[in-house]
Every structure is written in structure tokens, then in C-alpha cells.
Design a protein around this ligand. Structure first.
Ligand SMILES: [Zn+2]
Length: 314
């Protein structure tokens, strides 16, 4: 213990102010391993929970981001494909939804916990549809600093074969499914996917229901974009709409309003402190999220982590 303290003091004394600040912020943000590894490990053994929604639609939860499946005469269409290591459990869950073959996989954005299953699902027969930035981001090496992780380019078979810029729609199982790109919010590749017959809206990772969300500044994400995306989600839904968040339980518009209030309230508080000249770590110490922490701060993105994400864009 004494040695540890002596080493630590020596190290701190020799560190410059700037590198110390960086070290401390990294120590607190990454005291544990990268969330990427935590999520992947969890997915390997996770049970896939099936929830029948309306009509032909079911939700699959347990492997990375929330998944939607449409089943019918044209086959199966999935919105997001979870993590690759979940293949055995995911195959079982898909089989429980009937024998219709998998035909289409829509990716809501480029993050691994939504596209990692692309390769095996494509091999199983799915044509992959996504925003053009999903293809671009998956095709190159990307460092996501706040996850402390560098993603290599994805294999060719995992890449979307059909991409679009602003919006795209396709008729599948008798309904016109609408995909619409968000201006940069969680990433630069986020899309919503709307099923009008069932009034079910998947809003990608613009919404983490009941949790502070991750914001990926390395690929264009920013807190203002997250608030604007949430406003769009509120405009695009009614009290009857079933809203599928990227993470967290299947949601309602009422919960989305609470999330919107949380985002804007924390953003305003952090911006005010930043304008006063406070450093990132001073703002973390001021606990601008405190009144929301018991409700939103218990998942992957803890209060300090979320404060730093908001500070970056404030
Ligand atoms: Zn994401």
C-alpha cells in the first residue's frame, strides 16, 4: 500500500497538468474495461426475450440493441441483428417466430451492438439495408475514444448492400416500411424505421429508455442532435405508438417525454457551468445530473460518463 502511494505521488508530481487531467478523466471513465467488451461478453450467454407487439411484429431483446422482426408471407425482416456471438440463441428465437425465411436486415446505425450479427444473418439470406454512413463507418477503422475501443473494418459479407441518403421505403409483408435519416445525433448514421400498419417506431440509439445514452462524438454524434432527434421522435409518435428504443425496455411516448426533459435539463446545466469556465472534471464534480441519477444513471453510462459526453458538446 505504501509503495503504491509513493509511486502514485511520484507519478503525479512528474506529470504535467494537462496529462494528469487526461489521466484522471480516463481513470474515472474507464475504471472498468471497455463497454464494448462488457456488452459482447453479456451477449454470449444472454437469453433472447421475445415480445409479440402488434400484427406481424415482435421485439427481440437480450443481444446488444433492441431488435424488431416482421414475419409474414414475404418472409422475415429484422431491424438490427444484435451481436454475432448470440447466433445460437438468436437462431432459436427467430425459429420460434415461424419458418418464414429471413430476407431483409435493416441496420439502424453502424455500432457493433446493432450490426455485429450482419455477417451470419447475411449468410442466412438477409439483404442488408442501411444509411450510407453505416456502410462508410463499417468499411474503415474507427477509434471510438469514449468507448476506449478501435473497431477494425467489417468483413465484406457484413456490409450493407443497399444504402440511402435521406429516406427509403420498402414494401414487405404487405406494408410500406419507412426509413428516415436523422441529422447527426447518436452517430452520423442513425435512422428511424416506422411500421405504419402496427404503428411501431424504432428510433435507433437516439433513445435509451430509462438510461443515460451514449453519444458517439467520433462519428458525428452530439448532445444537441440527440435533443433534436428526440423532438422528431415525439412529433412522429402518438400516445398509441409503440416506440422501440435502441436500449432499455419497449417504450411509450410518455417515457420519451421524460427522457427529453432529462436531456435538455442536463444540457442546460452543463452548458451554464462550461460557460462559467469550468473544466470537464470540475463540471463532473458539480454533479449536474444528480436529480436524474437514480432513474437514468444505473446502466452502462454512469452519471460522470454522461456528464463528460454532454460537456463535449455543450
Ligand atoms: Zn449505438
Amino acid at each position: 500500500m505504501e509503495n503504491f502511494n509513493m509511486d502514485r505521488r511520484k507519478f503525479i508530481e512528474s506529470a504535467t497538468f494537462a496529462s494528469l487531467g487526461l489521466l484522471l478523466s480516463q481513470q474515472s471513465a474507464f475504471a472498468q474495461e471497455s463497454p464494448v467488451n462488457i456488452i459482447k461478453k453479456a451477449a454470449a450467454t444472454a437469453k433472447i426475450n421475445i415480445t409479440k407487439l402488434r400484427g406481424s411484429l415482435s421485439a427481440l431483446e437480450g443481444s446488444g440493441g433492441n431488435i424488431l422482426v416482421s414475419t409474414g408471407k414475404d418472409g422475415k425482416l429484422m431491424v438490427d441483428g444484435g451481436i454475432g456471438v448470440s447466433k445460437p440463441n438468436m437462431s432459436g428465437a427467430l425459429a420460434k417466430l415461424g419458418e418464414a425465411p429471413l430476407k431483409v436486415l435493416i441496420n439502424t446505425h453502424w455500432h457493433f451492438d446493432h450490426v455485429d450479427g450482419n455477417l451470419w444473418l447475411h449468410e442466412k439470406g438477409a439483404a442488408i439495408v442501411a444509411h450510407e454512413n453505416t456502410l462508410k463507418n463499417m468499411s474503415r477503422t474507427i477509434r471510438v475514444d469514449d468507448w476506449n475501443y478501435t473497431f477494425p473494418p467489417s468483413p465484406k459479407g457484413a456490409l450493407p448492400g443497399k444504402t440511402f441518403q435521406d429516406k427509403y421505403s420498402m414494401i414487405f409483408n404487405g406494408e410500406d416500411i419507412h426509413m428516415l435519416h436523422y441529422p447527426p445525433a447518436h452517430t452520423n448514421s442513425d435512422i428511424s424505421v416506422y411500421f405504419p400498419r402496427e404503428d411501431v417506431l424504432h428510433v435507433a440509439d437516439t433513445w435509451w429508455n430509462g438510461h443515460y445514452p451514449f453519444i458517439d462524438y467520433n462519428t458525428g454524434g452530439n448532445i444537441e442532435g440527440m435533443i433534436q432527434a428526440t423532438d422528431r421522435n415525439l412529433k412522429s409518435s402518438s400516445d398509441k405508438t409503440i416506440i422501440i428504443p435502441g436500449h432499455g425496455p419497449i417504450g411509450t411516448r410518455k417515457q420519451l417525454i421524460e427522457y427529453r426533459d432529462m436531456l435538455s435539463s442536463i444540457y442546460d446545466a452543463v452548458k451554464k457551468l462550461k460557460l462559467q469556465g469550468k473544466s470537464m472534471e470540475e463540471v463532473v464534480l458539480a454533479k449536474p445530473t444528480s436529480k436524474f441519477d437514480s432513474k437514468f444513471g444505473t446502466f452502462i453510462i454512469d452519471p460522470a460518463f454522461f456528464t463528460r459526453l454532454v460537456y463535449k458538446g455543450a
